[in-house]
Ligand binder design. Structure first.
Ligand code: ADP
Length: 596
C-alpha cells in the first residue's frame, strides 16, 4: 500500500513537471518550432521545416530550412505544400504530382514541428475542401502549339521560336520536365573529329550501327541516321543556350559504348533550367501549366487546326495553330492498361511491375494523334530496366556510376549476366533470379569518399543512412550486410577482378572493364525490374511530320520524343532517349515554324 502511494506521488510529480513544460490545452503555443521528415529520396530527416504558430495556434508560416531531396524535382513541393498547409490550416493537403515523396516528407516534418509545439495535431488534420471557381473559356492563337513541356516539347518550343514562330506549350501537370527531368542525364552524341571519339574508337557510324543492332534492326534506318548525325550539333546548341556539361564521356547502363555526355546539373534539371531561361526571357513563347490537351482539331481542308484543352478550373482552352501542332506528350509506361494491351515482349506488365516514369506518362498524345489518323508503329516494344528502386520503381537510389565499375549480384551472392549487355537482356536475366531482385555492387573507385554523389544527387553516405544501400569495409562485411552467402560474393568478386586484369570475356561474355573491385569501403544497392520506356508510338518522317496509315503526311501535325515510334526498335540504347528528344524536338520545332 505504502509502495503504491509512493509510486502515485512520483507519477503525480512527473505529470506536474510535464504540465509545466507543455502548453496546457487552451493555451497558445506561439513561437517557432522545428521538425524533420524522412523521404525515400533524401533519406532520414531529408526535410527540416520551421513552423511559426500565433497565439491562437494558427500556422502563420512554414519555412523549409533543409532539403536533401533532388533539386528541380522537389521544387514544386517546396513551393506548394507549405503554402497550402498555411492556407487550409491542415496537413491533409494533396501531394504535388511528380514530387509526392518530397510532399509527404514536408507534411511529416510539419507534423513533427506541431508535436514539438505541444499542440493537438488532430486539430490540423481537417479535410481540405477547395472551392474551384470555373474560369471563363478561352480562345488563343499561336503559330506553333506544342502539347507537353518535357524534353522534346521544350526543345521544339525554343527551336520554333528561334525560327520566328510564336509558341504556346500546353502542359497538363503543374510543372515542366516530364520524364526527362527524372532521367539519369546520359546523352549519347559523337563528334567524329574529337579526341574523345578517337580515343574511344567511336564514330557516328558506330553509334548508328549499335543503335540499329541494339533494336534488332527494327529501327527506321532514315530516322536512326537522322538521330546519330544530328546529336553532336544538338549538344552544341544546348551549350550555346547556356547549358553546362561535364568533361569527357561515360558508358550508361545498356549504352554499349562510352559516348554518353553528362550535364553539370543533376538528373535532367539542366535542360529545363536552360529552356525556361530562354522562355522566360523572350516574348511570344509561353508555357501554360495545369492545362490538359484533350483533342487535336482538323480544319475543313484537312489541315490540323489546333488543340482543345482543359484549364485548371475545368474551363475550355481552344488554341488555334497557324502553322502546326507538335505532339510531345511522352510515353505510356504509367498507363498499365495500355502497356498490358500493347506489350509483346514481356510475360506480364500489370500492376505488379513498377515503373521509373512520372505520373503524366499515360499515352494521351498517342490516343489524340490516332484520332486524327496518325499511324502507330511498334507499340509492343516496351523497355524495362533492371534498375528500379524495389519500393517505388524509380531510378533514384541507383548506386552505379559507370557500367565498367559495377557488378550485379543475386540473392545467392552470384553474378548472373554480362552487366555491359543490352537492357532487355539484363532485365530478362533479372526476371530469372530469386524474387526478381539483385544488388549492384561497387567499390571506392566509384565513391572515393562517402559524400560523392550518384547521378541522382544522392551521396553514398545518404543512401546508406536512408537504408537504400549497405556498406562494408571488406567484401565479407558487405556480403553480411546484404544478407548473401559470403563465400559466393567473395568468389564472384575474385573472378571478376581476374578478368579485369586480363580484359578477356568472362563466363557471361562481359568485355567492358576498367577498375577491379578491390578498394574498400564497398557499397551495394538493391534493384528490381521496372518499366522505363515505350518505344512504339506515332510514326514520323525525318522532318518529324506525322504520317497516316497510308504513309502520307498529315498536314500541320508533328511529333517528337517518346510519343513517336520506330526509332529504337525492340530495345533502346541507354543514352539515346535524351538524344532522341533533343534531335527530333529541334527538327519538329523547325519544321512546324517553317510549316513544312
Ligand atoms: P519526352 O521525353 O518525349 O519529352 P516527357 O515525359 O519528358 O517526354 O514529357 C512529356 C510531357 O507531356 C510531360 O510533362 C507530360 O506531363 C505532358 N503531357 C502528357 N499528356 C499531356 C496532355 N494531355 N496535355 C498536356 N501535357 C501532357
Amino acid at each position: 500500500m505504502q509502495k503504491l502511494n509512493r509510486n502515485m506521488a512520483l507519477l503525480l510529480s512527473l505529470l506536474m513537471m510535464l504540465t509545466l513544460c507543455l502548453p496546457a490545452a487552451g493555451f497558445a503555443a506561439a513561437g517557432v518550432y522545428e521538425g524533420s521528415g524522412d523521404s525515400l529520396i533524401g533519406g532520414v530527416d531529408a526535410i527540416t521545416v520551421q513552423v511559426t504558430l500565433d497565439e491562437a495556434d494558427a500556422i502563420i508560416g512554414i519555412e523549409v530550412i533543409l532539403n536533401n531531396d533532388t533539386p528541380g524535382i522537389s521544387d514544386p513541393a517546396i513551393a506548394g505544400i507549405p503554402a497550402a498547409i498555411v492556407e487550409y490550416q491542415s496537413i491533409e493537403v494533396d501531394a504535388i504530382a511528380g514530387a509526392t515523396m518530397t510532399s509527404d516528407a514536408i507534411v511529416a516534418a510539419v507534423e513533427a514541428a506541431l508535436v514539438a509545439a505541444g499542440v493537438n495535431v488532430d486539430n490540423y488534420k481537417v479535410e481540405v475542401v477547395k472551392e474551384v471557381v470555373k474560369e471563363a473559356d478561352v480562345e488563343m492563337e499561336a503559330d506553333v502549339v506544342i502539347i507537353g513541356a518535357g524534353g522534346a516539347g521544350l526543345a521544339a518550343a525554343v527551336t520554333a521560336h528561334q525560327n520566328g514562330a510564336s509558341v504556346i506549350v500546353l502542359e497538363k501537370l503543374n510543372k515542366v520536365g516530364g520524364n526527362t527531368i527524372l532521367a539519369g542525364g546520359a546523352l549519347n552524341a559523337v563528334d567524329d573529329r574529337s579526341e574523345v571519339a578517337v580515343a574511344n574508337d567511336d564514330s557516328v557510324e558506330w553509334h548508328y550501327t549499335q543503335t540499329m543492332n541494339g533494336g534488332d534492326n527494327e529501327g527506321d534506318t532514315l530516322l536512326v541516321h537522322t538521330l546519330v548525325s544530328n546529336a553532336w550539333d544538338g549538344v552544341q546548341w544546348l551549350k550555346e543556350l547556356g547549358m553546362g556539361f561535364q568533361e569527357g564521356t561515360f558508358t550508361v547502363t545498356g549504352g554499349m559504348w562510352p559516348r554518353a555526355h553528362k550535364p553539370s546539373d543533376p538528373v535532367g534539371t539542366g535542360f529545363f533550367k536552360t529552356y525556361m531561361n530562354y522562355i522566360d526571357n523572350n516574348e511570344n513563347i509561353e508555357v501554360m501549366l495545369n492545362t490538359t490537351a484533350d483533342e487535336i482539331t482538323v480544319d475543313a481542308d484537312g489541315r490540323i487546326g489546333g488543340v482543345i484543352a482543359t484549364g485548371e478550373t475545368g474551363n475550355t482552352i481552344a488554341v488555334k495553330a497557324n502553322n502546326g501542332v507538335i505532339v510531345a506528350t511522352g510515353g505510356f509506361a504509367k498507363n498499365v492498361e495500355m502497356r498490358v494491351e500493347h506489350n509483346t515482349i514481356w510475360a506480364d506488365l500489370g500492376e505488379s511491375v513498377l515503373s521509373t516514369n512520372h505520373t503524366g506518362a499515360t499515352g494521351d498524345g498517342i490516343v489524340m494523334a490516332e484520332a486524327v489518323g496518325a499511324n502507330l508503329v511498334q507499340m509492343g516494344n516496351i523497355q524495362l530496366l533492371p534498375l528500379g528502386d524495389p519500393v517505388t520503381g524509380s531510378l533514384s537510389g541507383n548506386i552505379e556510376q559507370d557500367v565498367e565499375k559495377r557488378i550485379f549480384i543475386n540473392k545467392e551472392g552470384n553474378r548472373f549476366v554480362d552487366e555491359g549487355e543490352r537492357r532487355d537482356v539484363m532485365t530478362s536475366a533479372l526476371f530469372e533470379q530469386t524474387d526478381n531482385y539483385m544488388w549492384i555492387v561497387v567499390d571506392s573507385h566509384s565513391y572515393p569518399t562517402g559524400d560523392v554523389k550518384n547521378n541522382f544527387n544522392e551521396s553514398a553516405d545518404e543512401l546508406v543512412a536512408a537504408g537504400r544501400a549497405v556498406k562494408g569495409e571488406t567484401i565479407e562485411e558487405l556480403a553480411e550486410n546484404m544478407g548473401v552467402p559470403v563465400e559466393n560474393l567473395v568468389a564472384a568478386v575474385e573472378d571478376f577482378n581476374a578478368h579485369v586484369e586480363t580484359k578477356e570475356a568472362d563466363a557471361f561474355g562481359r568485355t567492358l572493364y576498367s577498375e577491379k573491385l578491390d578498394m574498400g569501403p564497398f557499397y551495394a544497392g538493391a534493384r528490381v525490374p521496372t518499366v522505363h520506356h515505350t518505344m512504339g508510338g506515332i510514326q514520323i518522317n525525318v522532318d518529324a511530320q506525322v504520317l497516316n496509315v497510308n504513309g502520307d503526311v498529315i498536314p500541320g501535325l508533328y511529333a517528337a520524343g517518346e510519343v513517336t515510334g520506330g526509332i529504337h526498335g525492340t530495345n533502346r540504347l541507354g543514352g539515346n532517349a535524351l538524344t532522341d528528344i533533343l534531335v527530333f524536338g529541334r527538327i519538329a520545332g523547325e519544321s512546324a515554324a517553317e510549316s513544312k
